[in-house]
Design a protein around this ligand. Structure first.
Ligand code: DAH
Length: 341
């Protein structure tokens, strides 16, 4: 038998010569030279693998028959999971290439990108949140001292060592305030948005997930007031929904803002429902003037600087935009769902 591949041909010749001198001929099947050919197979480019594999297998079958019937070898090559096709496929039946399917960007990531893009055009920087945090950033730095009852509203997952899966992106406030404090003191306001993944101990239903996304925003400078907060969020909403919308603030409570509000917009035309008062407004996020203690916690003097912050869920916006009825689709990994975007 002649082998086309020179390496297989050389090993075949050497092993044939060795065979006679072996006390137990079956040992030839364990020869490192033969094993070397199988190792080599894995390193070959896919186009060369099938032919090479076929010849190595032929050599092995031949040696097996010469060594007697002591060891049973399957007729087929072992399955090579790294090969792009079955290495046992006859050469003339091999496909030219394997069809691949183009993936798509997850709808949440698309939305985060477009939201950040609008804020960037408004002069905001984008920082990333984190998925594991500590008590200081989750609570202390946001004016929830130990035992504060409002901690219960942010029931999330934590380890015995005190690591916390953040229940909101506000955990990043102290970090960005500290990071940009120097430029603030040189006269440049802090303007940052922070998208991030957050976690809560929730009873799951169509509008509640244990894992979801939020976008946090922080703006600090001299003489910043509630009017700036309303104008900034209003400008964002008009751009995002491509129409001029009425907005309103409703009083609320958060330990890290004073005063605190819920920010609502008039329902955009495309999302109009019934005619009752409740149908006219969408409550979109929490916001307020940053509490002086939160500024102090980052060594920023609240006598000189004031600022506002806001935070809200991203899934909600995407669900409204695309008419998605169940929040659980996002993390389900279902391709039928994802392929629509
Ligand atoms: N972190 C709050 C939540 O998840 C939302 C929020 C409220 C963020 C007020 C803020 C804020 O930055 O100022 O419920």
């Amino acid at each position: 038998m002649s082998y086309q591949n020179p390496d297989v041909a050389r090993v075949a010749e050497e092993l044939m010569a060795k065979l006679d001198s072996l006390p137990d001929k079956k040992l030839i099947l364990r020869d490192p030279l033969l094993r070397g050919l199988f190792d080599q197979l894995k390193t070959l480019p896919p186009q060369e693998r099938a032919l090479f594999g076929k010849e190595v297998n032929e050599l092995r079958l031949k040696l097996n028959s010469l060594a007697g019937d002591g060891i049973v070898i399957e007729e087929q090559l072992p399955i090579d999971i790294t090969a792009p096709w079955d290495v046992n496929t006859p050469v003339d039946k091999m496909p030219d290439f394997f069809p691949t399917e183009q993936g798509s960007i997850h709808p949440l990531m698309q939305e985060i990108e477009s939201i950040c893009n609008i804020y960037q055009r408004m002069g905001f920087m984008v920082e990333e949140s984190r998925e594991i945090d500590d008590d200081f950033h989750m609570f202390e730095s946001l004016n929830f001292p130990a035992g504060h009852p409002a901690r219960d509203d942010y029931d999330t997952f934590m380890t015995d060592e005190g690591l916390i899966a953040p229940a909101h992106t506000s955990t990043m406030q102290n970090r960005v305030l500290k990071k940009y404090k120097d430029s603030l003191e040189q006269g440049e306001p802090i303007a940052v948005v922070i998208p991030g993944r957050v976690f809560r101990n929730e009873d799951l239903d169509v509008t509640h997930e244990h894992t979801f996304y939020q976008l946090e925003g922080v703006y600090v400078g001299e003489g910043v007031n509630v009017g700036n907060l309303i104008a900034t969020l209003g400008a964002f909403m008009n751009e995002y929904f491509s129409q001029q919308l009425k907005t309103k603030l409703q009083p609320f409570y958060f330990p890290f803002t004073e005063p605190s509000f819920e920010f609502a917009i008039e329902r955009p035309t495309a999302l109009k429902k019934g005619n009752t008062e409740a149908d006219q407004w969408l409550e979109l996020l929490g916001c307020g003037m940053i509490h002086p203690k939160v500024l102090k916690m980052a060594d920023i003097d609240p006598e000189i600087y004031t600022g506002f912050a806001w935070g809200g869920g991203i899934e909600r916006l995407v669900m409204m935009k695309h008419g998605i009825e169940d929040i659980r689709h996002f993390e389900s990994g279902k391709l039928e769902f994802l392929r629509q975007f």
